[in-house]
Each structure stands twice: as structure tokens, then as C-alpha cells.
Design a protein around this ligand. Structure first.
Ligand SMILES: Nc1nc2c(ncn2[C@@H]2O[C@H](COP(=O)(O)OP(=O)(O)OP(=O)(O)O)[C@@H](O)[C@H]2O)c(=O)[nH]1
Ligand SMILES: [Mg+2]
Length: 488
């Protein structure tokens, strides 16, 4: 028997981006023909996709680690590195993705619905792509970025329209077996059902799904019996069906107190998907009326239950009495609920909750380093990861980017003084606001690969850059925008 697993912790790691390449074109009579280093390929994503043929999270239980492919490095001759391969993980309909703290990141409903669980790192730009008017021959390339890596919790919350609730042995599995093609295990001992079963019911034109969850007993909310965990499988249901055993011999039970006991347990369950089970429509099924005493008891309690405003159906799964009426009545409630809800769009792409890009950054005093500052922000931190700190040109380029974003001004405003430590991501610099780029100390170094035959023209560009540097910061910012590489 295959095992049913409805909660797993998985570790997803996207691929890293490949490094960009710094290369100079060579030909027989033109040995230094300009930058031709290609870009690194982006790392592959780890993507979750709902597959209607997958019904359990069992696979992830055995293989909890998922890693996508790395992007390849760029090469000379303007050859870009290959993209890393995406890793696609197939999950059952109704899989909820949570982070380690229990926050819901995505609710995957409808076959084809996708969720990027870990985004691949960007490939670094090669020096060909980094060349611009002001920087004709960059002697550096950007590094590829690491891919996202995180731990996620996957929880299956079955997508069923009707959920069967009841004490053990009330006949829930028997009911699903006579209403649908599902064949769950049925036996006369309690807790026969250990995992939820789903069945598809056809009533006239209506087709709906019904879920049978393990039986509940008083104290379930304190972990008695199988506890309340399985209730997550009825969270999405349009209607809850109380299946009541009218033929039980247990002395202290009767249909009304059974319903009260289960309602008390239900009230202590908090649905993770929000909403409240209390306002979900309910239907009461009085089962086993093929037993004469049970029929009598059902007749007796029916008015009391109806007085609470609950529709009551007397049935026998053994003789199939009352089933047709019940199945049509459930269809009616479900159809009404479907009509009231916005339609679920299958193949809806669920985006990552954290924005890939935000324009902003913050500067704050470093609590651990007197006089130091920390710059936080998606872009500054990314740029740090892309920088090869062994290459002064690359560091200069980083300085330009940070200055253009306004980091320089913000640091000055926050009270940063020359030489104070500034941390961005996992790198700490000594702040040197002597050039408009601040952190950059090699303002003159950009675009001057000495191997290049165009170096005279570059000398001119260099002089222009130095002139720009003496201008006001505003002018400088405008000038730099010509590069249009903020988002690289
Ligand atoms: N006489 C009679 N017995 C029934 C009827 N429905 C179910 N039973 C019996 O009741 C017992 C329990 O039935 P199940 O369908 O396994 O009950 P359950 O609610 O799924 O029980 P758990 O899975 O343990 O929570 C079995 O022996 C069934 O044959 C009925 O309509 N009439
Ligand atoms: Mg059962």
C-alpha cells in the first residue's frame, strides 16, 4: 500500500548564474579588436507545478532536496553561457506552500498552477555588454549571482467540495464508497480510516468531490485519537457533512450530543488558509437506518436538529436508502457556493511573494560597529555579489552604480565621515567620498584596458570622465544615466 504523506519540509536550491567573461577580440592583423566577453547564463529555477495525477507528497518525503542547474560561464567571441536547467517539481492540487515560520507563501490550486520556489541567480554580464561610450573596453565582467536557497513546508489541503465529519465507525467511508467510485477501507473498528480519501460524485448534471477524513473523538483538539490535523483537508470544502451513527450501542452517545461534541472540537481548529469553519454550511446525515432502532432514533431526534436550522437526511449506506436525495441536496449547496465564489483560474502563475526588484535601499547606523553604517536593499546587495573585488575596474564600476542610486548622498546625510566602515551585503568598505562614486577609488581607471588599440580615444573618454567628476553631483547623475545599466 502506498503511503499517504500530506506534510513535508523540502530544501530548494536554485542554480547559480554563470560568471560573465572579460575578453578582448583578436584577429591576425587586428590583435586587439574590442571587448567580446559573453554573459554568464542564469541559474535554473526550482518550480512547483500542480499535476492532477499526483495525489500525495510522498516523493518529497523520500527526496526532500531539490537543486536546479547552474548557469554556464560566458566565453570570448561573444559566446553567452548556457542557461541552467529549471527543476520542475510536480505537486498535488491543493498544495499550500509555507515558510518555516508557518506563513503561507502560495496556495496552489488548479492543474498547471506554477510557483517559483527558488529563483535562479542572474548570470554576470560579460565585458562586451558592459561596454558603453564612457567605458569602451571594460577590463572586467560581472560575477554570476548565487541562486535562492530555502526551506519550505508543503502541506496538502485537499480540494474537495464536501467534507465528511463524524465519530469513528459512523459510516463516513461507507458513505463515500456508495456515493462515488472511491473504495476506502471499511471496518467495524474505530480509526479504520487513517488518511483522507477523495471521491467524485455525480448527481444529475452536477459533479463534485467529497472527502472522507479520519474520525474525530471528543478531545481531538488536545491530540486525542488522530487529532485535528486532518481537518486541513476539509478547509476548502463548501459544505461540511456530519455523519451520525444512529445504531451505536455506546450508552452515553446520541445523535444530538455527537453533533455537539464534534462542533466543540471544530471550533478549536484554526484554518491556515483563513476564514472560519463555523460559517461553513452544514448538513446532518443520520446513518444506519436499516437498523430498526436506528430508524426510530433518527425519527425522534430529527425535529431537534432541524430546529437548529440544519438540513437532515436519514440514510443507510447498507441499503442505499436516502442517498439520491442527499447527493442532490449536497450538489445544490455546492453549486450555490461555487456561483458565489470567483472562478479559480487554472494555470494562474503565482509570483514570488518577495519582489525581485525594489528601487529602494536604506542606510542605518551599524549597531555592532561604532561610527559604521549598513546599506540594505535588493539592488545594492545584488551589485555587491556581482563584483569581482580583485579587479579595481570592477570595484570602480560598483562605486558608480551605488552613487547613481543615491547611496553616496544618503550616507553623507546619515552622518558618514570619510574612512568609516560601510557594510553592504556581506562586504564592508572604508567609505571614501573623494569621488562622486564615493566607495570607488579608481575613478580614472574605467575603460582603459591597456591592451587596446583604441587607447587614445579612451584617453579622451577618461579626460571627459574626470571633468564630469568635478561637476556637481546632479550633473554627474544625469551623465551616468546614459549608461542605462542600473538594472543589470
Ligand atoms: N447496518 C449498517 N452498518 C453500516 C452502515 N454504514 C456503515 N456501516 C458499518 O459501520 C462500520 C464502520 O463503517 P466505516 O464506513 O468504516 O466507518 P467510518 O466512519 O469510516 O469509520 P472510521 O474510518 O474508523 O472513522 C462498518 O462495519 C460498516 O459496515 C449502514 O448504513 N448500516
Ligand atoms: Mg473510515
Amino acid at each position: 500500500m502506498s503511503r499517504f504523506v500530506d506534510r513535508v519540509v523540502i530544501h530548494v536550491a536554485a542554480g547559480s548564474g554563470g560568471n560573465g567573461c572579460a575578453s578582448v577580440h583578436r584577429e591576425k592583423f587586428k590583435p586587439l579588436g574590442g571587448p567580446d566577453g559573453g554573459n554568464g547564463g542564469s541559474g535554473g529555477d526550482v518550480v512547483l507545478v500542480v499535476d492532477g495525477n499526483v495525489h500525495t507528497l510522498l516523493d518529497f518525503h523520500f527526496r526532500p532536496h531539490a537543486t536546479a542547474g547552474n548557469g554556464k560561464q560566458g566565453q570570448g567571441g561573444n559566446r553567452d553561457g548556457a542557461l541552467g536547467e529549471d527543476l520542475v517539481l510536480r505537486v498535488p492540487d491543493g498544495t499550500v506552500v509555507l515558510d518555516q515560520r508557518g506563513e503561507v507563501l502560495a496556495d496552489l490550486v488548479g492543474p498547471g498552477t506554477r510557483f517559483v520556489a527558488a529563483q535562479g541567480g542572474r548570470g554576470g554580464l560579460g565585458n562586451a555588454a558592459l561596454a558603453s561610450k564612457a567605458r569602451r573596453a571594460p577590463g572586467f565582467a560581472l560575477l554570476g549571482e548565487p541562486g535562492d536557497a530555502r526551506d519550505l513546508v508543503l502541506e496538502l489541503r485537499s480540494v474537495a467540495d464536501a467534507g465528511l465529519l463524524g465519530f469513528p465507525s459512523a459510516g463516513k467511508s461507507s458513505l463515500i464508497s456508495v456515493l462515488s467510485q472511491a473504495r476506502p477501507k471499511i471496518a467495524d473498528y474505530p480509526f479504520t480510516t487513517l488518511v483522507p480519501n477523495l471521491g467524485v460524485v455525480t448527481a444529475g448534471d452536477a459533479v463534485y468531490t467529497i472527502a472522507d477524513v479520519p474520525g474525530l473523538i471528543p478531545g481531538a483538539s488536545d491530540g486525542k485519537g488522530l487529532g485535528l490535523d486532518f481537518l486541513r483537508h476539509i478547509e476548502r470544502c463548501s459544505v461540511l457533512v456530519h455523519v451520525v451513527d444512529c445504531a451505536t450501542y455506546e450508552p452515553d452517545r446520541d445523535p444530538v450530543s455527537d453533533i455537539d461534541a464534534l462542533e466543540a472540537e471544530l471550533a478549536r481548529y484554526t484554518p491556515a488558509l483563513g476564514g472560519d469553519l463555523a460559517d461553513r454550511p452544514r448538513v446532518v446525515v443520520l446513518n444506519k437506518i436499516d437498523v430498526p432502532e436506528a430508524r426510530e432514533l433518527a425519527e425522534l431526534v430529527r425535529p431537534d436538529i432541524e430546529a437548529r436550522g440544519l438540513p437532515v437526511f436519514e440514510i443507510s449506506t447498507a441499503t442505499r436508502e436516502g442517498l439520491r436525495e442527499l447527493s442532490f441536496a449536497l450538489a445544490e449547496v455546492i453549486e450555490a457556493d461555487r456561483a458565489a465564489k470567483p472562478p479559480v483560474e487554472p494555470s494562474r502563475v503565482v509570483l514570488r511573494p518577495t519582489a525581485v526588484d525594489d528601487a529602494g535601499f536604506t542606510v542605518e547606523a551599524d549597531p555592532e560597529d561604532e561610527g559604521g553604517f549598513i546599506v540594505r536593499g535588493e539592488r545594492p546587495e545584488r551589485w555587491i555579489r556581482q563584483t569581482d573585488f580583485n579587479n579595481t575596474e570592477a570595484v570602480g564600476y560598483l562605486g558608480d552604480r551605488l552613487a547613481r542610486l543615491g547611496v553616496e548622498d544618503a550616507l553623507a546625510k546619515a552622518g558618514a565621515v570619510p574612512g568609516c566602515p560601510v557594510t553592504v551585503g556581506d562586504v564592508t568598505f572604508d567609505w571614501e567620498p573623494s569621488t562622486p562614486a564615493g566607495i570607488a577609488t579608481v575613478m580614472h581607471g574605467r575603460g582603459s584596458d591597456p591592451r587596446l588599440d583604441t587607447h587614445e580615444r579612451i584617453g579622451a573618454a577618461e579626460r571627459k570622465a574626470a571633468k564630469q567628476a568635478r561637476r556637481t553631483h546632479q550633473d554627474y547623475t544625469d551623465y551616468s544615466h546614459a549608461d542605462e545599466d542600473d538594472d543589470l
